[in-house]
Design a protein around this ligand. Structure first.
Ligand code: FAD
Length: 471
């Protein structure tokens, strides 16, 4: 097949990886009439009893939903969602309090099953006769100069080469295309990968015998313990998927030294007694389930001429603490689609425009996700942080169209990019915290006065940042 870099929708697009981003991209490009072939290394998760990969369920919010609207799947996805209105914080004594995500009732996040969502996207993509998905085919490398990819069949071990008019890699954090860019050394490719000292392990709270939830259903539960934390998200079957985020090597308890059932129970008894009480399966889960690493990947450029492009986690893997990795990867498809609407005349122009528009936002959510790691494991339990949240909630409730906290800007305002949300949100955070510390405001004050003071201080901080050249 000739590699023709000029764009028309009769062209063949090869997608590597049929995870969340790849299956959505295949669906959207299929809807636009392109000939799409997808190669996925794992078996078809609709036919095989395999886990859908890391994290059984995920927090799904507005930016992800924007993509579902684009492909006409909003209603079907809604059926898979469990609303989570806020964080339910559990202290060491087992006391709980709810901290809503927003002061506006209609703003909440959702828990969704990765496997169910991925299955839906695959099925919808395959409804288009111009979309073909092959499973059990692993990409080993990409020849980005000739727009070909080398695959290996999982069963026969046979290797084969596929070519296309362009190749888009949505093969996740360990992307084969990204590796080929890096190893190819044919152009200036910058790449960074930063691991946290913390890893994660998935555990579970099973339903009651009658299939009910053992703790409050409509919340993201958090047991913040400063240097580590436990979280739990609900599933439709009455269970919760629980994730322990813990250092590999530091602290009294860590993944390296929790080596016996007794130690694991001792740790949970001391730190998470109310969770332990509803996790009789803890020890089995702990020793059966893997411990996995968490990291941030940034790289550039994402594309090589008009031949190849990285999208989703392959371009920008982030730590999961803002619940935005999947949402950002879905938003990638929306942004890519907008660029396709511009009718540019080559893949190179499309890839270039897409990366120029998008990268600043994915860099921002990567940084915000690290911020939220610290916020979730520690700050949420801190009185001044709680006072700040109280003020933000009250402002959002009173001034529905005039005020949004950083969390709301990032999570619920899908009409602005992550970078704008980050700059505005960070300045607001700083403004409120400074004024609380200096006792310029308190949650007892008149809300209009607080709003005026917060806005004035935020503007001053943004102006200082502008003068300092921070943006
Ligand atoms: P992936 O979902 O990783 O999909 C990549 C696909 O490519 C997979 O199907 C894989 O099998 C396939 N593949 C890989 N290599 C090859 C190859 N060589 N050849 C062929 N196929 C290949 N995001 C949220 O928005 N909300 C959350 O609450 C959230 N929680 C998370 C919790 C944890 C613990 C983790 C680790 C992540 C979480 N994320 C969350 C992030 C989210 O999982 C990712 O951002 C999202 O899965 C990215 O989608 P993707 O399609 O780019 O990559």
């Amino acid at each position: 097949m000739a590699n023709n870099n000029k764009l028309n929708n009769q062209q063949n697009i090869l997608i590597i990886g049929a995870g969340l981003c790849g299956s959505l991209l295949a669906l959207r490009l299929g809807q636009r009439g392109f000939h799409v072939t997808v190669y996925e290394m794992r078996p078809d998760l609709r036919k095989t009893d395999i886990s859908a990969g890391r994290s059984i369920n995920l927090a799904f919010s507005n930016r992800g939903n924007k993509a579902m609207k684009l492909v006409g799947l909003e209603d079907k996805v809604k059926e898979l969602c469990i609303p989570m209105n806020g964080r339910m914080i559990h202290d060491k004594e087992g006391n709980t309090f709810m901290s809503n995500y927003s002061g506006r009732d209609y703003e909440y996040i959702n828990s969704i099953s990765r496997g169910e969502l991925n299955s839906l996207l695959l099925t919808e993509a395959e409804k288009h006769e111009n979309v073909t998905i092959h499973f059990n085919k692993k990409c080993k490398s990409v020849d980005f100069e000739n727009t070909t990819a080398l695959f290996q069949d999982y069963n026969t071990k046979d290797e084969f080469v596929e070519d296309a008019d362009c190749i888009i890699a949505t093969d996740g954090a360990g992307s084969a295309l990204r590796k080929s860019y890096y190893l190819g050394k044919k152009f200036l490719f910058s790449f960074s990968q930063e691991y946290l000292n913390h890893g994660y392990k998935e555990l579970s709270i099973l339903p009651t015998e009658t299939g009910n939830y053992k703790t409050y259903k409509n919340a993201l539960h958090i047991w913040p313990r400063s240097s580590f934390m436990l979280i739990a998200l609900p599933n439709l079957d009455g269970s919760f998927t629980v994730t322990l985020f813990l250092s590999y090597a530091e602290g009294e308890y860590n993944f390296n030294n929790l080596t016996t059932p007794e130690l694991v129970i001792e740790f949970f008894q001391k730190e998470f007694p109310d969770a332990l009480a509803i996790m009789p399966n803890l020890v089995d889960d702990f020793f059966e389930n893997p411990t996995a690493a968490l990291g941030t990947v940034k790289c550039s450029p994402w594309h090589y001429k008009g031949n190849t492009l990285l999208m989703g986690d392959s371009a920008h893997a982030i730590v999961p603490f803002y619940g935005q990795g999947m949402n950002a990867s879905f938003e990638d498809v929306v942004e890519f689609d907008k660029v396709l609407d511009q009718n540019l005349d080559s893949w190179e122009a499309i890839f270039e425009t897409y990366e120029k528009n998008r990268k600043k936002d994915t860099d921002a959510i990567a940084d915000l996700a690290i911020d939220n790691f610290h916020e979730m494991k520690g700050h949420v339990a801190n009185p001044i942080f709680q006072e700040k949240r109280k003020i933000e909630m009250a402002l959002e409730k009173e001034f529905q169209n005039k005020y949004s906290s950083k969390y709301s800007l990032v999570t619920f305002n899908e009409n602005i990019g992550y970078r704008q949300a980050m700059l505005q949100g960070r300045a607001q955070d700083k403004a409120i915290l400074n004024m609380l510390t200096d006792k310029v405001i308190s949650s007892e004050d008149n809300l209009k006065d607080i709003l005026d003071k917060v806005n004035a201080e935020t503007e001053a901080i943004l102006e200082d940042d502008r003068i300092a050249g921070l943006y």
